[in-house]
Write a protein that binds this ligand. Structure first.
Ligand SMILES: [Zn+2]
Length: 461
């Protein structure tokens, strides 16, 4: 018979373990004690109201999309600089970058056989134009590159539709970036790519297409999952499906743009840089609220709140709103080139370019000791609901400088299921983003950046 005292003993033992564990965690994180007050103040101020969301609405409503080379982008950059100066941020400046200027033009696609049907579509960013009046061809539907290779004889003269179901962004986006090249190699005259996102409401998702030097560029467009499925079902039923595709994409001369930079100068080690930011440009559909207006706002908030609360960390906190992330990465590369000599003085880099949808996570890439310290720092934002810092963090814009300086990097990552629903679509607008999610992201980023910028030792690599 089991002893009656068994469960009680177990409970006592468990409590001892838990107490020991809590004590260990407390001892381990006691180095954070001098930072707890300010971190709490920053988090409280960030979550006290919906200021950050309203600023995001102002950016995305006033200027709309911010495609590289557009007037909207130029005006948004001027607005950001003015607002940063009003916030009292230091060394506010525009660092000039020449950016590509791709123009979408008018575009359409329709099924012409077996019945006329307008397709929900978006030309892929960087697509070449079709001849005037568009192209019309039979459709070859494939699910993968492998299937296309097996049927390359059937692709000649056709429009290839890649109907790959969305699994995750990294795996599925390869059809958007590489589909045109593969289809062209097989002799296709055009390519359609099923929207890279979970099934939505007949939304097409745009994004860059990469042409290879080994095959002629062909017109490329994204189509909604529903339209892709309809074509696939018709073909599977033995129907002859013909599609007309008309896209008008073209490049004009490079345009002037800029990375927007603002700082809070370090009180003791101003030459050591804690870098954070997002990208101010966007695709030309929707208003770029989630990608990446919100990343700009939540990182900017860290500096605004430090200024408001009179917190000046030991190191310089530098905010950068990069230009041209979406179709060129010219801003990120220009930043790394301009600051090449001080790459190693970058102590930490944080990018927010994956939305702020809850549940969000924090990912970190750095050495073993830095990872332990970052796990401790991450415990400060646990009251906001964050789990332990995950391995793996970085971003397209911080990538080049982080690589040059071997800089420990963090990514703020919103729930991908929600992020990729509206990513690169006309639905990327501010009402899809909850004010409390914006505030919470700002709170977490402010607290983490503050500690990294103020801790006595620089974060090891
Ligand atoms: Zn982005």
């Amino acid at each position: 018979m089991p002893s009656r005292s068994g469960p009680a003993w177990l409970a006592v033992l468990l409590l001892c373990f838990l107490a020991a564990d809590t004590a260990r965690t407390q001892t381990r994180t006691s180095w954070l004690d001098p930072y707890r007050d300010n971190a709490s103040r920053l988090m409280e101020a960030a979550t006290a109201d919906d200021f950050a969301w309203r600023r995001l609405a102002e950016l995305s409503d006033t200027f709309g999309h911010r495609l590289s080379g557009s007037e909207n982008l130029t005006r948004a950059i001027a607005w950001a600089m003015e607002a940063m100066r009003k916030d009292g941020l230091e060394s506010v400046r525009a660092e000039q970058v020449m950016v590509p200027r791709w123009i979408r033009g008018t575009e359409s696609a329709e099924i012409v056989e077996p019945a006329r049907h307008a397709i929900a579509m978006l030309g892929l960013g960087g697509t070449i134009a079709t001849p005037h009046g568009g192209i019309e061809a039979d459709v070859l539907v494939v699910k993968s590159f492998e299937e296309l290779r097996g049927r390359s004889d059937d692709a000649k003269g056709r429009i290839v539709l890649f109907n790959a179901p969305f699994t995750n962004y990294g795996d599925t986006v390869t059809y958007r970036t590489g589909g045109a090249r593969a289809a062209s190699q097989a002799g296709a005259v055009g390519v359609l790519v099923r929207a890279v996102g979970p099934v939505g409401f007949r939304t097409a998702h745009t994004g860059s297409v990469n042409y290879g030097a080994d095959a002629p560029p062909i017109p490329a467009a994204a189509v909604s999952a529903e339209d892709a499925n309809r074509i696939a079902r018709l073909v599977a039923a033995g129907r002859h499906v013909r599609v007309r595709l008309s896209v008008d994409g073209h490049y004009e001369a490079d345009a002037e743009s800029a990375n927007v930079v603002a700082e809070i100068r370090g009180r003791e080690r101003p030459d050591e840089i804690v870098l954070l930011g997002g990208h101010i440009d966007s695709w030309d559909v929707g208003t770029g609220a989630s990608d990446d207006g919100v990343g700009c706002i939540v990182t900017w908030e860290a500096l605004r709140l430090m200024k408001q609360l009179g917190i000046r960390p030991r190191r310089t906190v530098r905010l950068v709103l990069w230009t041209n992330e979406e179709n060129g990465l010219r801003g990120a590369n220009a930043y790394a080139a301009r600051y090449a000599a001080s790459a190693a003085s970058h102590v930490f880099a944080l990018e927010s370019d994956s939305g702020v949808f809850w549940p969000s996570t924090l990912g970190f890439t750095g050495g073993a000791r830095a990872t332990l310290l970052m796990r401790d720092i991450g415990s400060l934002v646990a009251p906001l609901g964050f789990r332990e810092v995950f391995p793996g963090g970085g971003g397209a814009d911080i990538g080049p400088i982080a690589q040059a300086g071997n800089v420990p990097s963090m990514a703020y990552v919103g729930d991908p299921a929600k992020y990729f629903e509206i990513h690169h679509t006309p639905a990327d607008t501010v009402e899809h983003i909850a004010p409390q999610d914006v505030s919470r992201a700002a709170a977490a980023i402010a607290a983490i950046v503050y500690v990294v910028a103020d801790m006595p030792e620089r974060l090891p690599r």
